[in-house]
Design a protein around this ligand. Sequence first.
Ligand code: IPE
Ligand code: IPE
Ligand code: MG
Length: 246
Amino acid sequence: MALFSRNEKSSSEGRVKVDDRLRHIAFILDGNGRWARRRGMPREFGHSEGAQAFKRIVRYCGDIGIKIVTVYAFSTENWSRPKKEVDRIVSLLDEYIDGAERELTENEIRYTFLGDRSVFSPEMAARMTRLEEASAHYEKRLNIALNYGSRAEIVRAAAELAASGEPITEESFASHLYTAGCPDPDLIVRTANERRLSNFLLWQAAYSELYFTPTLWPDMQPEDVDRAVEDFYARERRFGGVTDSN
Ligand code: IPE
Ligand code: IPE
Ligand code: MG
């Protein structure tokens, strides 16, 4: 049985198609710095290229029918990098958000930001909230983890839940995470040959499939996504149970 169908027509719509088994794909984008250093360029240059890859890959995921994409763009730990680099990453993200606001009706994407936005400039934080509100009615989703750390998210959820007096259940807890209302990722892809989660979606990744590729994020192409999707469909997800084949 074909587990996913290839689109025979060569169209800009992409080659693989996904079904409801792969509703949500998350990317830990990594390798921007190495990509630039290998070219003798400053790390900031890698982040600019990484921003292009970000747009390319999000668009492609939408084309092949993935309903939810989450991208880990900046972690709570990334503040420890040199100021020049941090400033460049933040300004690239701000530019991206500005562009997303302008292209809202063209792209038809619902944006959600995961993380504490209060550390950014009031203008940028307001842009983020405006974009979330203006896009809330669209079906396809893009979650951008920005100043995100999973441990901070879990502690925040625990504090909110304790203050609310609600009964403590997995459901009530999850409803206080930044990802409230969003299904867990089916597949998490990390680029640049690192094999760790680096404080990303620790709760939500409980049963996610993990895929690692040596490709550096700025080099990521639709074909790399195809490979990850094919790999995903060749797996058997058991969620702790047993199936006919085991
Ligand atoms: C990913 O690329 C971007 C962020 C974490 C913000 P890196 O900048 O971590 O690239 P490497 O890992 O140093 O190559
Ligand atoms: C993880 O990448 C964070 C993001 C992708 C935003 P890092 O490059 O910061 O992770 P480590 O330091 O290699 O674990
Ligand atoms: Mg890195």
